[in-house]
Design a binder for this molecule. Structure first.
Ligand code: G1P
Length: 293
């Protein structure tokens, strides 16, 4: 039985939903409280037992590489000032996992970004984690839930949630049958359908476990929705050839690529910090009254 040890994090998009903040800074580096969003994703991978991570970056994304590298000057400065807690935190980031980078030279879509990881992955099942989706699931990380399911089912698995009708057209949507609570077969998939033609409201939420057979399919996948090579289209073909499941993972999922989702994540993660919770709650109570009038 093959184990999942590798994860791909595509981080090559333009981040147009967050302009102008993302004009010269990758969206993956936008902080939620005090950590860049991509660090939450890397931490989820590491806590799930992933050993090797490939981050697919585009142009102007080398700060992501810097973030996961040593920062010798900063470390010396923190040591000199006796800020040992902070020093440890900074050193931990660089030692978190074996993280490698590859550049997607042209932004041809998510499917193409994943294809860039072909050599890194080889012939093993692997995880894909999208940086727009932060899943808050303390104690049992989303990816670990999916890896545990993979051990039992030995097939590709899509992390999903049911969404409201008006949100259907933002996602890859599953066409399948419910097998048990939170588990569906995948017969087919459609990327960002209009609600009236969508096969369901079960939406892909940026966590995937995929068998390596997807690479041969991606190689031949033509541009689809938005004129981009879509991972969803390749997975649709894969579902015709192999068993595929969709799993409604446990945990709160935040769409940090969306302004409202980003703000919600910021508030919720701040409220989980012991050193912020009480003061921040007092502040929120007051400010809500002021604005609600
Ligand atoms: C991508 C995928 C889509 C998925 C979504 C989850 O879309 O193509 O299938 O549902 O991520 O966040 P994007 O949000 O990059 O347009």
């Amino acid at each position: 039985m093959q184990k999942i040890t590798k994860a791909i994090i595509p981080a090559a998009g333009f981040g147009t939903r967050f302009l102008p903040a993302t004009k010269s800074q990758p969206k993956e580096m936008l902080p939620v409280v005090d950590k860049p969003t991509i660090q939450y994703i890397v931490e989820e991978a590491v806590e799930s037992g992933i050993e090797d991570i490939l981050i697919i970056i585009g142009r102007y994304k080398s700060v992501i590489e810097d973030h996961f590298d040593r920062s010798v000057e900063l470390e010396m400065e923190l040591e000199k000032k006796g800020k040992y807690d902070m020093l440890e935190q900074i050193q931990d980031i660089a030692g978190m996992a074996n993280i490698q980078f590859v550049r997607q030279k042209t932004a041809l879509g998510l499917g193409h970004a994943v294809y860039c990881a072909k050599n890194f992955i080889g012939n093993e099942p692997f995880a894909v984690m999208l940086g727009d989706d932060i899943v808050d699931s303390p104690g049992y990380p989303c990816l670990k839930q999916m890896m545990d399911l993979y051990e039992r089912e030995q097939c590709s698995i899509l992390g999903v949630k049911e969404v409201a009708r008006e949100d259907i057209s933002k996602y890859g949507i599953v066409d399948g049958d419910k097998i048990s609570d939170g588990l569906y077969t995948v017969r087919s998939l459609v990327e960002k359908p209009k609600p009236d033609v969508a096969p369901s409201n079960v939406a892909i939420m940026g966590r995937y476990i995929i068998t390596p057979a997807v690479f041969d399919i991606l190689e031949k996948t033509a541009p689809g929705a938005g004129n981009e090579i879509q991972l969803t289209d390749a997975l649709k073909t894969l579902a015709l050839k192999e068993k595929m499941l969709a799993y409604a993972f446990k945990g709160r999922r935040h769409d940090v690529g969306d302004k409202l989702g980003f703000l919600e994540a910021t508030v919720e993660f701040a409220l989980q910090r012991d050193n912020l919770r009480d003061d921040f709650l007092d502040y929120l109570e007051g400010i809500v009254k002021t604005y609600r009038g």
